[in-house]
Design a protein. Structure first.
Ligand SMILES: NC(=O)c1ccc[n+]([C@@H]2O[C@H](COP(=O)([O-])OP(=O)(O)OC[C@H]3O[C@@H](n4cnc5c(N)ncnc54)[C@H](OP(=O)(O)O)[C@@H]3O)[C@@H](O)[C@H]2O)c1
Length: 323
């Protein structure tokens, strides 16, 4: 097995290793020790304060680190994959003239679809970075467990990587090969840098139905998450007021307690559909997002019901009319 294949398997194993304990904890009763251990790792802010010890915790505003990592890493992957796509585009044209090999055509499709997925991810992580700085008012005393912190860092490294897992080995080889070619041949002899600029965009617009249906779902979730985050950010007037909590109203808050988590599931569902659904790694990424956020929503729902006597009983935790 080649090194790149091993990396792909490891990525899948990591997602499964993240999904299984959360699933088990979810199935077990909330009073079981395993469930409580997982909760202490996953809880943050208002739900974390249920646990007294601040040992092995970091400030919740460290959420910012996730999005800095996500923006830098996604942008880097996007740029390299885009340049690689240009390179493939040129070799497709050259090969098409001679024999039009179908495997080159399918490789070309996969690479441009990956560019499309990374573009969507880029839109998501930039907005989250902005919101973390300007919309949410993290209280100075809000904490999260160090395990939750490292899980977040892992997530925003592994998620963009998973979106390009179908062509990651080729992209990595290209990333190493490209600077060497540039140094040896100079700027005007590297083929994809001579390409017409419209060639950077045109292939993305010709990907067929799945990417565009997925992108529409993604944008639907994206818009609602932005609205729900704005509502959450407006609930606390001053950062210093640690215990200032209110019942949120408006948008999807009228149907579930954690519409921002629901919107996140819609966003990653959109990415999955845009990917065509043929890559197991992206399914596992989606699986992790679902179990992680359903688990967090259940904790939040319990907190709301304990905190507010007048909390609307018809609101589900996260999945409208189901849970
Ligand atoms: N993809 C993934 O696996 C994943 C994992 C985690 C998060 N995320 C995404 O990251 C986003 C933020 O998640 P999060 O868990 O940080 O959200 P959150 O805990 O619900 O809250 C975000 C901010 O709003 C405040 N807040 C929440 N409810 C409030 C209320 N009733 N009254 C006043 N203030 C309230 C919180 O204060 P407190 O800190 O005091 O609670 C915090 O400052 C979500 O959209 C989520 O989907 C994604």
């Amino acid at each position: 097995m080649e090194l790149e294949e091993i990396a792909k398997v490891l990525l899948r194993v990591a997602w499964i290793a993240g999904i299984l304990p959360i699933l088990v904890a979810f199935i077990l009763s909330s009073s079981s020790r395993f469930h409580q251990l997982l909760s202490s790792f996953a809880n943050r802010g208002k739900t974390f304060s249920l646990f007294t010890s601040n040992k092995f915790t970091v400030p919740q505003r460290f959420f910012l680190h996730f999005y800095v990592v996500a923006v830098v890493w996604t942008t880097l992957l996007l740029l390299i994959t885009w340049l690689y796509a240009m390179d493939v585009e040129l070799s497709t044209i050259a090969n098409h003239l001679t024999d039009g090999e179908s495997h080159i055509m399918s490789k070309r499709y996969i690479v441009w679809r990956t560019v499309f997925l990374l573009l969507l991810m880029e839109i998501q992580v930039w907005r989250r970075l902005y919101e973390t700085v300007y919309v949410f008012k993290y209280s100075p005393t809000a904490r999260m467990h160090i395990v939750g912190y490292f899980t977040g860092l892992f997530f925003y490294t592994a998620a963009p990587l998973s979106l390009c897992s179908m062509c990651a080995p080729e992209v990595v080889k290209f990333a190493f090969h490209c600077p060497a070619e540039f140094i040896v041949k100079g700027r005007y002899e590297v083929p994809f840098l001579k390409f017409d600029w419209s060639g950077f965009v045109n292939p993305v617009t010709k990907l067929g139905w799945f990417p565009w249906i997925g992108a529409t779902i993604f944008i639907w979730g994206w818009i609602h998450q932005r609205r729900c985050h704005a509502i959450l950010g407006s609930l606390r007037e001053h950062k210093e007021h640690t215990n200032e909590y209110r019942i949120p109203h408006g948008d999807w808050f009228e149907i579930v307690s954690c519409p921002h988590y629901l919107a996140e599931i819609v966003i990653y569902g959109g990415l999955l559909i845009a990917s065509g659904g043929s890559d197991l790694t992206i399914w596992l990424l989606f699986g992790f997002v679902v179990v992680n956020l359903v688990f967090a929503a259940a904790e939040t729902q319990r907190w709301y019901l304990r905190k507010f006597e007048n909390y609307p009983r018809t609101r589900g935790a996260i999945l409208p009319f189901i849970y």
